[in-house]
Design a protein around this ligand. Structure first.
Ligand code: INI
Length: 158
């Protein structure tokens, strides 16, 4: 008797189109996240012209831009990059929470994976550690997830 059918998304970006939407708040951290995401895209064979990068003011604006990009049908995945630092903002919970909730809604409404590459941290040091490509490389990890999910959903079909 055959075993269960297992499906998994390959880490192969050669045939994919992806959009990155990135906030400008804490720009020095976003620069690291973007560096990692671009390196992952190249490492997995992504074509430079198949990647679109949209910039928005802050993490709170990520969901609406991600949803609009996803709804065009032109992208296999959207990667949202942002950084919310608790010490900087009394409305941390609103900005971080709404970014997470909004990105969840964007991907469920459109069926296009919208990856949560948003750092929600207490300090700048924590953000630097998570963003640095030589440390936790959250930007690279987010692009890896986008590529894997895009290929998985392609296999699943509509
Ligand atoms: N946006 C961020 O992306 N990170 C932050 O740390 C932050 N702080 O500290 O307030 C932040 N605020 C701006 C917010 O995302 C919106 O751009 C703004 O509220 C306008 O809607």
């Amino acid at each position: 008797m055959p075993g269960p059918v297992q499906i998994e998304g390959a880490l192969d970006a050669r045939d994919l189109k992806v959009a990155i939407v990135a906030g400008r708040w804490n720009d020095f951290i976003i620069a690291s996240l973007l560096k990692g995401a671009l390196a992952s895209w190249a490492r997995h064979g992504g074509v430079p012209g198949s990647l679109t990068i949209a910039r928005v003011p802050g993490a709170f604006e990520l969901p609406v831009a991600a949803k609009r990009l996803a709804a065009t049908g032109r992208y296999d995945a959207v990667v949202a990059l942002g950084c919310v630092i608790r010490g900087d903002t009394p409305h941390f919970d609103y900005v971080a929470g709404e970014a997470a909730a909004g990105l969840t809604r964007a991907q469920l409404d459109t069926g296009v994976p919208c990856i949560f590459g948003v750092l929600t941290v207490d300090t700048v040091d924590q953000a630097l550690e998570r963003a640095a490509t030589s440390r936790m490389d959250k930007g690279g990890e987010s692009m890896d997830v986008a590529i894997e999910m895009a290929n998985l959903l392609r296999q699943v079909g509509r």
